[in-house]
Design a protein around this ligand. Structure first.
Ligand code: SF4
Ligand code: SF4
Length: 360
């Protein structure tokens, strides 16, 4: 399925860096530090979460975490980036891969699923329109990623290794090709800009691969690389894009930064708008940005002109049923347990019925 896109919404080719917020807001249930205490960058301060800056603990504040009001621990940044080395550097072996991924169920299950792989696919794809994190992350870390990819397929003696990019991401393709020259066993595979290729099953069918496949997004391979290097990531990439802003950007920010701080500093908003978190197809709206925190789960913020698309009564056109790739009937809710929340039914509905919400 090819989505209709506004060709004017394109990102600035350079990443914008915002790595010195005055405060960060760490989601916190069990807290391991006291008010006024000094914390180091990377220090675990609450649950499994570490601080992305060094500085002083100010106390608790309620903030919007992925659409829900929750407690956060406020850390005042001292801009010194003091950290303690956690000495986690590990030898790269099959048992150690599982050991290092114990706390990440998704990745653990991927590696646990087989002792050998016929194909290892690393993909730099974001399905949602106007989101570019994966391809920018690849661009920024191409040498480390390919070096680690090479180690990985050698460990699994895998002979079919594909780095997958959309053929519309021309600005990265040249860079990839020149670096890939040093890794002849990794092939570049360019795919069309179609929706749902971020889904492993759909991508596997599109690439017509035979045998078992280990799929890793660029974010995932960078995460594993960092774990083996003993690094804890304190930053993340987010895309801020849409038709209500002057310039679309991919930004590198400290984890748990306030969205308002980022927007006040870098984004010019032209008019009344809607804020949509994590994609126009299957994200969610927030009413205001004042207390919204950029946690690890946040990939993108689309800032779109307000539209007067009023929902009307179903005209029984059947478009939502025929477009569903999983055979769900979004009107009668038949087979709704198969729904993967891709949002295609809502996208296609001429009556602007929010079928995704109904399915939930
Ligand atoms: S959101 Fe669910 S029902 Fe709608 S098209 Fe996607 S999978 Fe089908
Ligand atoms: S696409 Fe919308 S109008 Fe058409 S059948 Fe589905 S819900 Fe009804």
């Amino acid at each position: 399925m090819i989505l209709t896109k506004n060709k004017n919404i394109v990102p600035n080719k350079n990443i914008t860096y915002f790595l010195n917020p005055d405060y960060i807001y760490v989601p916190a249930r069990n807290i391991y530090v006291k008010d006024g205490e000094y914390v180091y960058k990377n220090q675990i301060i609450a649950d499994k979460t570490s601080s992305s800056v060094s500085g002083k603990v100010l106390g608790i504040k309620k903030c919007n975490i992925m659409g829900k009001l929750k407690n956060t621990l406020v850390i005042q940044n001292d801009y010194r980036e003091y950290f303690k080395d956690n000495n986690m550097k590990m030898k790269f072996t099959l048992p150690n891969i599982l050991k290092i991924l114990e706390k990440d169920k998704v990745l653990f299950d991927k590696f646990k699923s087989s002792k050998t792989f016929d194909n290892i696919v690393v993909f730099a794809i974001n399905d949602n329109p106007y989101v570019y994190n994966e391809v920018f992350l690849l661009k920024e870390n191409i040498n480390d990623i390919l070096w680690f990819y090479d180690k990985l397929f050698n460990l699994y003696t895998c002979s079919n290794n594909l780095l997958v990019l959309k053929n519309t991401d021309a600005f990265v393709i040249d860079e990839c090709l020149s670096t890939l020259g040093s890794y002849p066993e990794i092939k570049l595979s360019l795919v069309n800009d179609e929706y749902l290729l971020e889904n492993n099953e759909v991508l596997g069918k599109y690439l017509k691969l035979k045998g078992n496949i280990l799929f890793l997004s660029v974010t995932e391979i960078v995460k594993i690389y960092n774990l083996f290097k003993g690094k804890v990531s304190t930053t993340k990439l987010i895309t801020i894009s849409g038709d209500a802003i002057k310039e679309n950007k991919v930004l590198k920010v400290k984890l748990n930064t306030s969205l308002k701080d980022v927007i006040d500093k870098y984004i010019d908003i032209n008019e009344t708008c809607d804020y949509i978190i994590n994609g126009l197809m299957n994200g969610f709206k927030i009413d205001n940005i004042n207390n919204f925190i950029i946690t690890e789960e946040v990939k993108s913020i689309n800032i779109m002109k307000k539209r007067n698309n009023k929902e009307s009564k179903c005209i029984r056109c059947g478009k939502c049923i025929s477009i569903c790739p999983y055979g769900v009937n979004p009107v009668s809710l038949k087979d709704k347990e198969k729904c993967v929340d891709c949002g295609l039914c809502t996208y296609i509905c001429p009556c602007y019925i929010n079928l995704r919400e109904r399915l939930k």
